[in-house]
Design a protein. Structure first.
Ligand code: 0RA
Length: 634
C-alpha cells in the first residue's frame, strides 16, 4: 500500500532529522550553553505567541518546576490532532517530530520565525530527555509523549474537558547530556524577554512562574507598544502626552510604530522584527528615520516654522525621541554577526510610507502637539549649530599646534600616546601629591577643581563653556561628539583617581557620565580606567600592608592577629607622594578598573536615573542601594 511505504519513508526521515539535531544542536539553537537552554523555553513559548498573534489565544503561562520541568500552557485553538493527509499520522505528531513542520500548519498571516528562533517545537523535542504535549479541543484531552524526540506511541484521547475549553500544554525536561551546564534557568532573563514580548503583543497575558524560588510575574499591556513607550519615558517630562501610534498592514509586512518625545536630548529607538529585538537596526529602522525627518521638515515648512532654505537634520528630529518600531514579516532575513539587523529591502519602503502618511496626518490633527515638537526640533538644530561653533573654537584654541596645553596639566615627557597615561585627579592637594609621586616620563597629571558640570542636564554648547571640561578636552586632544577623532587621543590610559568618599564617588560618576555621553568611543576602546586607592593601612610590628576593601581587611586582620593597628585612608591627600605612587600609581602593584560599556542600554538607564532631571527615581535608587555606599565616607 502506497500510504504504508510513505509512512516508512517519512518515519526514517524523522529519525534522521532528530539525529541531526542531536548531533549538531548548535546549528539549530545557537549553542548548548545556558543561552541555548533558554532558547528551548523561548521556542515553545513563541509557538503559543504565534497563536496569540493570530488572535486565537490571550493567555500563556510558563512555569519552571522544582524538578526543572518546564510547562507552557496556552488557551489557543489547540494543535490539531487529526490525521495529516500525507504522513498517515496525526498533525500533532508531525509538528512535534518533523523539522520545520510547524509553519506548514500556520493558518496564514505572519508567522514569527526568525534568527535562532522559529526552528520549531521538534527541535526542542529532540533535545529533551522527555516531552509531553496535551491538547484540549472538541471536549477531549489528547496526549502524546516523546523520549529524545521519539514518540512513545500514537496520540491518545486521555480524558474529557468542557466543550468550550481549548488550548495546548507542553512539558519538557531539557536533556542534560546535551545541556551539560544543567537546568540553570534564570528567572530575570526569562522575565525580561516575557516583558518585551508582552509589550509587543498587545492584550496578551504572559505569566512566568518559578517554583524553585517561589516567584511569579504576569505581564499584560493593554496598550502594547504605546505602553512600552510610556514605560521608557516614565521618569521623563514628556512633550506629547499621548504617544503617536500607527498599525498598518502593507503588502510587504505588518508595520506598528509608537513614539513620544521627552524633554531630554537623548534618543531611544528600539526596533523589532517578528518580536525579535533587532539591536543593530536594519531596513525598518532606516525607513522609519527617513519618514520622520521628511515628515517633520514638510510640516515645519508648510506651517511657516522653517524658511525655505532651512532644514532639520535627522539628529535634530530625533533629539528626545522615544520610539518603538515593530514589523511582522513572512520571511525575515537577519544579517550581521549577531543576526540582529533586518535585511529585507522591501520593508524600508513599507515603513517609510506608513509613517509618512500617518505621522503627517497626526501633526495636522494635533497642531498644539505639532508646534511643541517642531519647536523642540528647531531648538535642537540651533543648539547643534552653536555646539559646532563652540567645538571649533575649543579645537582651534586648544590644538596641539598652538602649544596651549592647559597650565594645570603636568604633562609627561613620553610623546607616544600608547605609552602615556593621564591621571585625572580631584582637587589641588591630591593633584600636588600625584605630581610629586608620579613617574613623569609617562604619567601626566590633570587636577580638576570642584565639581564638573552635571552633564546630563547640559547641552554640548553649555558644557563647552565649562572651564574644567575645556581643560580636560584640550588635554585629551580628541575633540568631542560628532567630530570626535579617537586617533588623536594623547593618552591611551585615562585614569580617574578620586577620593574614597561620597564627594569622590560623585565626581567619578560625573566624569563617567561625561565620557559616556560624549566620548563613548574612548570607553569602547578601553581607554578609560578608575584608580583603586587603598582604604586602609594595617600595621603589625614591622609588617605593613595596604588593604583595598573591607573583605580584604577582615582577611588580613585574621592573618596578622590582634595587635594590628588599622589606619583608614579617607582621601588621596592623606597619603604622601611616595605612598600614592606605591599603592595607586605604580604599574607594578596598582590595580586599575577598566570601564566598559557592556550593556549600553543598562548604563544609559542608570546614568539617566542617577543624573537626570527626575528626582524621585534617583532618591529611590539611593535608598535601595544605601547599604552598598555606607562605607564610602566613614
Ligand atoms: C496549527 C494549526 C492550528 C493551531 C496550531 C497549529 C497551534 C499550534 C500551537 C503551538 C502552541 N500552541 C499552539 N496552538 C495552536 C489551528 C487548527 C485549527 O484550525 O483548529
Amino acid at each position: 500500500m502506497a500510504s504504508s511505504s510513505n509512512y516508512d519513508a517519512s518515519s526514517i526521515q524523522v529519525l534522521e532529522g532528530l539525529e541531526a539535531v542531536r548531533r549538531r544542536p548548535g546549528m539549530y539553537i545557537g549553542s548548548t550553553d545556558n543561552r541555548g537552554l533558554h532558547h528551548l523555553v523561548r521556542e515553545i513559548v513563541d509557538n503559543s505567541v504565534d497563536e496569540a498573534l493570530g488572535g486565537h489565544c490571550d493567555t500563556i503561562v510558563c512555569s519552571i518546576g522544582k524538578d526543572n520541568v518546564v510547562t507552557v500552557t496556552d488557551n489557543g485553538r489547540g494543535i490539531p490532532v487529526d490525521k495529516h493527509p500525507k504522513m498517515n499520522t496525526s498533525a500533532l505528531e508531525v509538528i512535534m517530530t518533523v523539522l520545520h513542520a510547524g509553519g506548514k500548519f500556520g493558518g496564514g498571516g505572519y508567522k514569527v520565525s526568525g534568527g535562532l528562533h522559529g526552528v520549531g517545537a521538534s527541535v526542542v523535542n529532540a533535545l529533551s530527555e522527555w516531552l509531553q504535549v496535551e491538547v484540549r479541543r472538541d471536549g477531549k484531552v489528547y496526549r502524546q509523549t516523546y523520549k529524545r524526540g521519539v514518540p512513545d506511541g500514537p496520540v491518545k484521547a486521555v480524558g474529557k474537558c468542557d466543550k468550550s475549553e481549548h488550548g495546548t500544554t507542553t512539558k519538557f525536561l531539557a536533556d542534560t547530556t546535551i545541556f551539560t551546564g544543567g537546568h540553570d534557568y534564570n528567572f530575570d532573563t526569562l522575565a525580561d524577554w516575557f516583558r518585551e514580548t508582552a509589550y509587543l503583543t498587545r492584550g496578551l497575558k504572559l505569566t512566568l512562574i518559578d517554583e524553585r524560588i517561589d516567584r511569579e510575574l504576569t505581564f499584560w499591556f493593554e496598550g502594547g507598544i504605546v505602553s512600552f513607550v510610556r514605560h521608557l519615558n516614565r521618569h521623563k517630562t514628556v512633550v506629547n502626552d499621548r504617544p503617536f501610534y500607527v498599525e498598518r498592514e502593507t503588502p510587504a509586512c505588518m508595520v506598528e510604530v509608537a513614539l513620544q518625545y521627552n524633554d531630554s536630548y537623548v534618543e531611544t529607538t528600539y526596533t523589532f522584527a517578528n518580536n525579535i529585538n533587532t539591536g543593530d537596526g536594519g531596513t525598518h529602522l532606516s525607513g522609519f528615520k527617513s519618514a520622520l525627518t521628511r515628515t517633520m521638515n514638510d510640516y515645519a515648512k508648510k506651517n511657516g516654522f522653517l524658511k525655505a532654505d532651512e532644514t532639520l537634520s535627522g539628529e535634530d528630529v530625533r533629539e528626545g525621541l522615544t520610539a518603538i518600531v515593530s514589523v511582522k514579516i513572512g520571511e525575515p532575513q537577519f544579517e550581521g554577526q549577531t543576526k540582529a539587523k533586518l535585511g529585507n529591502a522591501e520593508v524600508a519602503g513599507a515603513v517609510q510610507t506608513v509613517v509618512n502618511d500617518s505621522l503627517g496626518a497626526y501633526l495636522e490633527e494635533n497642531p498644539q502637539v505639532a508646534r511643541k515638537v517642531i519647536e523642540k526640533c528647531i531648538n535642537a538644530s540651533r543648539a547643534r549649530e552653536a555646539a559646532r561653533k563652540a567645538r571649533e573654537l575649543v579645537q582651534r584654541k586648544g590644538g596641539l599646534e598652538s602649544f596651549s596645553l592647559p597650565g594645570k596639566l603636568a604633562d609627561c615627557s613620553e610623546k607616544d600616546p600608547a605609552r602615556s597615561e593621564l591621571y585625572i585627579v580631584e582637587g589641588d592637594s591630591a593633584g600636588g601629591s600625584a605630581k610629586q609621586g608620579r613617574d613623569r616620563r609617562f604619567q601626566a597629571i590633570l587636577p580638576l577643581r570642584g565639581k564638573i558640570l552635571n552633564v546630563e542636564k547640559a547641552r554640548i554648547d553649555k558644557m563647552l563653556q565649562n572651564n574644567e571640561i575645556r581643560t580636560l578636552l584640550t588635554a585629551l586632544g580628541t575633540g568631542i561628539g560628532e567630530s570626535l577623532d579617537a586617533s588623536k587621543l594623547r593618552y591611551h590610559r585615562i585614569i580617574i583617581m578620586t577620593d574614597a568618599d561620597v564627594d569622590g564617588s560623585h565626581i567619578r560618576t560625573l566624569l563617567l557620565t561625561f565620557f559616556f555621553r560624549n566620548l563613548a568611543e574612548l570607553i569602547e576602546n578601553g581607554n578609560v580606567y578608575i584608580a583603586q586607592p587603598p582604604l586602609y593601612k594595617v600595621k603589625a610590628g614591622k609588617d605593613e600592608r595596604w588593604v583595598y576593601s573591607d573583605a580584604e581587611l577582615r582577611k588580613v586582620l585574621s592573618e596578622v592577629g590582634e595587635k594590628a593597628e588599622v589606619q583608614r585612608y579617607k582621601g588621596l591627600g592623606e597619603m604622601n607622594p611616595e605612598q600614592l605612587w606605591t599603592t595607586t600609581m605604580n604599574p607594578e602593584n596598582r590595580t586599575l578598573l577598566q570601564i566598559s560599556i557592556d550593556n549600553a542600554r543598562e548604563a544609559d538607564e542608570t546614568f539617566d536615573m542617577l543624573m537626570g532631571a527626575a528626582v524621585p527615581p534617583r532618591k529611590r535608587f539611593i535608598q535601595t542601594h544605601a547599604q552598598d555606599v555606607v562605607n564610602l565616607d566613614v
